[in-house]
Design a binder for this molecule. Structure first.
Ligand SMILES: CC(C)(COP(=O)(O)OP(=O)(O)OC[C@H]1O[C@@H](n2cnc3c(N)ncnc32)[C@H](O)[C@@H]1OP(=O)(O)O)[C@@H](O)C(=O)NCCC(=O)NCCS
Length: 171
């Protein structure tokens, strides 16, 4: 597949476009303060995909310290995917996967030892994306979303295999 997009770190001037994508693609929406706060604290894991100077998708993450989801003892540093979305007209071109791979790589720079996220149990496209990248379901949180839907918590260990890293730079 020919790569038609580029990835770069989020900049505050992208805020309006990113918030618009978030509103269009997901029921979970946030204030501008929330977006900018995550950008200021974890700039390397707030990434946008651009096609012809238009933002097609974004990923926004946080680094947390807490109990591990996967096979470790004690406290661990975890990358948390807070939000990821690709505009409908840009989907199935590898953008979601590329955003995830780049964010997982950059979480390592924050010394994260695993990555986790919540996903609606009905969200097959996203669940498939995460499974493709080596995530597994570690538990279900009942009525996690405001409409009552359950969430899967999915997680994978870091670092990411170099196989994925190489894929990122294929054109
Ligand atoms: C989930 C989402 C980010 C995927 O973005 P995308 O750019 O279309 O994904 P990619 O093209 O990189 O697809 C990568 C893999 O994801 C899976 N996938 C993506 N879309 C899928 C679909 N409609 N049905 C089934 N699997 C799908 C496939 O495994 C795919 O690999 P493949 O192309 O080799 O089959 C996108 O569908 C989206 O923005 N959805 C709305 C927002 C959302 O649900 N965010 C996640 C919240 S947890």
């Amino acid at each position: 597949m020919q790569k038609t997009f580029t990835l770069r770190n989020f900049e505050p001037s992208d805020l309006e476009q990113v918030m618009q994508i978030n509103r269009l693609c997901l029921p979970e929406n946030y204030t501008s303060f929330f977006f900018l706060d995550l950008y200021q604290k974890y700039p390397l894991t707030f990434i946008v995909a651009e096609e012809k100077n238009k933002i097609a998708g974004y990923i926004m993450c946080r680094i947390e310290v807490g109990l591990p989801n996967l096979g470790r003892l004690g406290l661990t540093r975890k990358g948390h995917v807070v939000s990821i979305a690709v505009l409908p007209q840009y989907r199935r071109k590898g953008i979601g996967q590329a955003l995830m791979v780049q964010a997982l790589k950059n979480m390592e720079k924050y010394k994260a030892k695993e990555c986790f996220l919540e996903v609606r149990v009905s969200n097959t496209p996203a669940i498939n994306l995460y499974k493709k990248l080596g995530f597994t379901v570690v538990r279900t949180i009942h009525s996690y979303y405001v409409d009552g839907e359950d969430a899967y918590v999915m997680a994978r260990k870091l670092p990411l295999e170099t196989f994925w890293e190489n894929k990122l730079f294929e054109s």
